[in-house]
Write a protein that binds this ligand. Structure first.
Ligand code: URA
Length: 252
């Protein structure tokens, strides 16, 4: 089994440079298996290793896969312009290990955001060939009408797109609808609603594939690790999103 020295393990988990990690060990700030670690060159099998830094417990992970319930007022960019970055909602170790959002939500969009430091995972999920449905709940300025739903389903033309974009859509109540997209064009939901003659007042992403915000039970701003069972759910299309009923009448 592959082993690694303690300083390398700490560095790989985002605790800073090798030099800094050696200093943490020298300062007695690191425990492994409940015992203070004294030698930076002690070797361990890293996968699943439980350790603590300044009494905070950690488990080694070769890569991290996270879900965040993004609040409004945070940017997904690493170099945000007007609002704090979503990364500031996570322990700083994740920024050190280059965790990045998988796709982006607008600063005022809330809800499910996946983040990872696994480049292959990010790339695969972001690929347009992957067709992972993303489910949004939009609150509209004007009432949702059967015509609006029909336009979204039949396709609306956005000015910089070569062809009309379609979405599955169903009414939730008078001014809320659920929209499912498989692409992720810039401001897509907001622009589609505007092109269909309404306005998006608030937007929340509630699911990515079979991973739903409800099942994660995350408060706004809270995050969790996604274990392999949950990650697998990305490919499981939630029954709600597989086939949506046609337009609900406004009275239903
Ligand atoms: N569509 C939008 O308009 N904004 C988002 O943040 C996501 C999808």
């Amino acid at each position: 089994m592959k082993t690694m020295s303690l300083d390398k393990i700490l560095q790989s988990q985002g605790f800073g440079t090798r030099k800094w990690c050696r200093q943490l060990i020298a300062d007695g700030a690191v425990c492994v298996g409940g015992e203070p670690a004294t030698h930076y060159d002690s070797v361990f099998v890293p996968e699943g290793l439980e350790f603590a830094v300044h009494d905070e417990a950690w488990v080694y992970r070769a890569h991290v896969y996270l879900a965040l319930n993004k609040p409004s007022g945070y940017e997904c960019s690493r170099r945000p312009g007007h609002h704090p970055a979503v990364l500031t909602l996570l322990p700083e170790q994740f920024a050190w290990r280059d965790v990045q959002p998988v796709g982006r939500l607008d600063h005022d969009t809330t809800g499910l955001l996946l983040l990872s430091d696994d480049g292959a995972f990010i790339h695969a999920l972001s690929s347009p060939k992957r067709h992972v449905p993303k489910v949004y709940v939009a609150t509209t300025r004007d009432p949702v009408t059967p015509e609006l739903l029909a336009q979204l389903r039949d396709g609306v033309q956005l000015h910089d797109e070569p062809a009309p974009l379609t979405a599955r859509a169903r009414q939730l109540d008078t001014q809320r609808l659920e929209i499912v997209l498989e692409q992720g064009k810039y401001h897509q939901v907001k622009r589609m609603l505007a092109a269909a003659g309404n306005h998006c007042d608030a937007l929340c992403r509630v699911a990515i594939g079979g991973i739903t915000l409800d099942a994660l039970e995350l408060a706004e701003g809270a995050w969790c690790h996604l274990d392999p069972t949950r990650l697998w759910l990305i490919n499981q299309v939630h029954s709600n999103t597989r086939s949506m009923p046609p337009a609900f009448a406004a009275s239903t």
